[in-house]
Design a protein around this ligand. Structure first.
Ligand SMILES: *[C@@H]1O[C@H](CO)[C@@H](O)[C@H](O)[C@H]1NC(C)=O
Ligand SMILES: *[C@@H]1O[C@H](CO)[C@@H](O)[C@H](O)[C@H]1NC(C)=O
Length: 372
């Protein structure tokens, strides 16, 4: 009997011990859970505070928008240009669909994961080049810290240091758009009237720098673009794609090279010409040897090879301080912050060996003061 009782007592004791253990375990789990929860909350708050701090310290960024065929052959120059400047720039790359910019195809960390995922095939005879530009702008506009949008080709190099370039572009609220009227221009298709009036028809380089407002105008446009798609088809390769002179024959037909007119004409149409610095920051040398007339017939941009890549060449491009627009009787004296300044911050077209030589011989990426 005694034995039984004690065994019952033992059972009771052990069951209450068991309950206590479960209770303790539950308490422990609860405490641990709360701890983890509050820790996470606290981390979240800390992170968001840190984020806010970072946002307060965030500088306006320049978005560099690269239009490439495949990889970026001159990425090593840009890598040196961007080094140590994190937070002041962002990069977007438009390459042909199917090409992937990965560790196998780029050696620069700045270009990894910077390819837009909805690129389009840029075809000649279509307005696809301007559509590619719009794809890049659409991506870059999603980042509210992007204040300027610079279009660059895959054969383009920077001439100065990042800080000189940044200050030059940010020192004015204007966009930089090479834009001029040419009343004798045969590329204007009268069928675009009345949507695009001939007075608003503009010509100029596609390598523009846009502020946010003008970038939004380009992305929002649903009126001028269809006119270009319909009435501005070309028979020849876009200037960017061209390696050889345009055959003179092709120019007798009606074609208009959308990328040399679209942004300029759209901005004129929107009445914002006065918000532009009406010149390009990217230098191209047009080879005139193949033509005697001053028509663009037969023009094509020069490509600089290894043997051309000398300090003298870069000095001569940097030395340009004005641009003459013959059709408008306008000479644009280049200024920055109200002072005379070099006209060009970028130059094209350079081969890889040429750019390698310029970088190795420390001809590029200097500040203006050091450079002169
Ligand atoms: C591209 O990426 C974005 C976000 O990462 C995604 O929402 C979108 O569906 C993607 N587009 C394509 C065409 O894959
Ligand atoms: C472009 O469209 C967006 C969205 O509809 C609008 O918020 C923005 O103000 C427009 N920008 C311009 C410059 O028209």
């Amino acid at each position: 009997m005694k034995k039984k009782a004690s065994s019952q007592q033992q059972k009771l004791r052990s069951s209450s011990r068991c309950k206590r253990k479960i209770f303790a375990a539950l308490m422990f789990a609860f405490c641990l859970g709360s701890f983890v929860y509050f820790q996470a909350r606290f981390n979240g708050i800390a992170a968001s505070l840190k984020n806010q701090q970072a946002r307060l310290n965030q500088k306006p960024q320049i978005a560099f928008l690269f239009i490439a065929r495949n990889r970026l052959p001159l990425e090593f120059v840009w890598d040196a240009f961007f080094l140590g400047e994190d937070g002041k720039f962002s990069i977007y790359v438009h390459s042909r669909p199917g090409f992937v910019l990965s560790e196998a195809t780029t050696q620069s960390k700045y270009f990894l994961n910077r390819q837009v995922n909805d690129s389009i095939q840029v075809e000649w005879g279509e307005a696809t080049m301007i559509e590619a530009e719009r794809v890049l702008l659409r991506h870059a506009l999603r980042d509210p810290f992007n204040h300027r949008f610079v279009f660059l080709s895959d054969s383009c190099i920077p001439l100065y240091s990042f800080s000189y370039t940044y200050n030059y572009i940010m020192s004015t609220p204007t966009s930089f758009v090479d834009s001029f009227a040419d009343t004798k221009d045969k590329r204007y298709n009268p069928r675009m009237d009345p949507v695009i009036h001939v007075q608003n028809w503009r010509k100029g380089s596609q390598w523009v720098v846009l502020n946010r407002k003008h970038a939004e105008i380009v992305v929002n446009d649903t009126i001028v673009l269809p006119m270009f798609q319909q009435h501005c088809r070309r028979k020849s390769l876009p200037e960017f794609w061209r390696d050889r002179p345009v055959p003179a024959e092709g120019w007798k037909e009606h074609n208009c090279i959308p990328d040399e007119h679209y942004v300029q004409t759209l901005l004129a149409q929107k009445g914002v010409d006065s918000e532009l610095t009406r010149r390009s920051l990217s230098h191209s040398a047009w080879d005139l040897t193949s033509t005697k007339s001053n028509e663009r017939r037969g023009w094509h941009p020069m490509t600089y090879k290894f043997s051309d890549a000398t300090p003298h060449l870069i000095q001569s491009i940097k030395g340009i301080d004005n641009i003459n627009y013959e059709t408008e009787y306008r000479r644009e004296w280049c200024t920055s912050k109200g002072k005379p300044a070099p006209c060009f911050l970028f130059a094209r077209k350079f081969t890889r060996p040429a750019a390698l030589r310029l970088l190795r011989e420390s001809i590029l990426l200097k500040d203006k003061e050091q450079a002169s």
